[in-house]
Ligand binder design. Sequence first.
Ligand code: MN
Length: 234
Amino acid sequence: MTVAYLWSPPAVPTLAVRGRAERAPVHRLFFVGRNYHAHAVEMGRPIDKGSEAPFYFTKSPSTLVESGATVPYPLATKDYQYEMELVVVIGRPGFRVTEADAHTLIAGYACGLDMTRRDLQLAARDKGRPWDLGKDIEHGSVVSEMVPMPGVVVERGAIALQVNGQPRQASDLSKLIWSVRELIADLSRHYHLQPGDLIYTGTPEGVGPLQPGDRIDGRVEGIGEIVLHVGAAR
Ligand code: MN
């Protein structure tokens, strides 16, 4: 039976897939907070892995934007920032998976940008309020094509970002506090992971502000590249 809607239902967000005509439908967007020591320090909140668990926030899949896009500088902030991240694409369901089995959920990887209204995020953080106004922002989840790498656990490789050709972030995936295996196992304790779930694994140090007209170029060694243009404020 055909369903009649009062208005058009939203389109399913999707990723381009390298080497394939099909696109990958996206289910949920998970983001890991402070997952590189040097970034945790620059945020003023170092991580003690021995006594802390990873933490997460989510963004609506409707915030997804493809690499190469021009996004407006959001009006509600004076401190719009980039965060370059490795993105894990989940391709199989999994709940309470072990670290040893975590790789079986992996469909591939992408490059991602976790765009942030830093002033609003920190104001919320410091008042103990949710981060949504700082993080779950329109056009705020940028993603490259997915590179199919089923069952492959990425453990090292350079991750870097430039703004207008100037280096801003440079680190290595081997510096992730919680690894891809650990993140999948831990997140699957809290959620029944599903195909199309994306895990943004956190950003290295060097985050900073953007201005209208800026061009961002990011790359992850062995995965690919991502581009974003910051348009006029609106
Ligand atoms: Mn982030």
